[in-house]
Design a protein around this ligand. Sequence first.
Ligand code: C2E
Ligand code: MG
Ligand code: MG
Ligand code: MG
Length: 284
Amino acid sequence: AARSAGCGRVRVFDWSMRERAERVMDLETNLREGLVRDEFVLHYQPILDLATRRLRGVEALVRWRRVDGELVPPGEFIPAAEQSGLIIPLGAVVLTEACRALARWRAGSLGDSPFFMAVNLSARQFTQPDLVKQVVTALRREAMAPADLKLEITESVLMEHPESAMLKLRGLRELGVSIGIDDFGTGYSSLSYLQRFPIDTLKVDRAFVSGMEEQGNRVIVRSVVSLAHNLGYDVVAEGIETAAQLDDLSRLGCDMGQGFLFARPMEESGIVALLDRQDPPALT
Ligand code: C2E
Ligand code: MG
Ligand code: MG
Ligand code: MG
């Protein structure tokens, strides 16, 4: 009896594994088709100077617009894209489109006011041997100033292979591109590496910002701000949702922020409307 129960359990396990594998393959097939059909669109979330409330730049955030009009958030397909390797062509689309959008804004009311476009890079994108070449190509095609591009990577991507990450970052830095560390505080950064990497910005993870009424999170945010400033980096707080969080962050000397309090990620037309309003625009 024990033996047959064991067999049964094995069979059930096999089924669920197979179903899961099929679902993953379906998603991969759909992603592949989505790429061919050009179904990926960028939304842009404003990033503000907390002292002046003026727009300093945007973060490009990809969405998948399905044929039925549904907008699928990145959390639902980036992991599969990363696993299957489709993140490479998808990431190339994102980089190209982000640079094009900024070139359009510069040709319009943005002009040559200081402004950056932040683009997320996943682990697999960052470790591509020809990443620097791809970035050069994208910048040249749009005649974009390298300093206008900020690449966001997470600390875990850097700390996994710090020596090769160092070389990659130096290559990007030589181009003049700036580097932001995303979701800072959620990984395990070696401080000795952190201070050696050519980094421009630390982005405090939303989890610490949204929990700032708790003393523990407040202490973490305060420490990240002072760590960043002591190392010569700017700090961006992500996920600012309340006026109280904004007040706190301003008082702690946080340089920039993004969050639903100011604006959700929006279509290009929304950003253009903001840029048209004034030069450079303030959001509150
Ligand atoms: P992230 O880079 O940390 O991006 C910030 C995320 O926080 C975005 O979610 C944004 O909509 C959300 N957010 C901003 N402010 C608030 C707020 O006040 N409250 C709340 N609840 N959320 C806020 P989104 O667009 O769903 O993106 C999720 C993640 O997917 C990103 O996290 C990033 O890791 C990844 N991602 C997005 N676009 C790309 C891309 O083009 N390439 C790659 N490789 N990853 C991407
Ligand atoms: Mg990001
Ligand atoms: Mg982030
Ligand atoms: Mg985050």
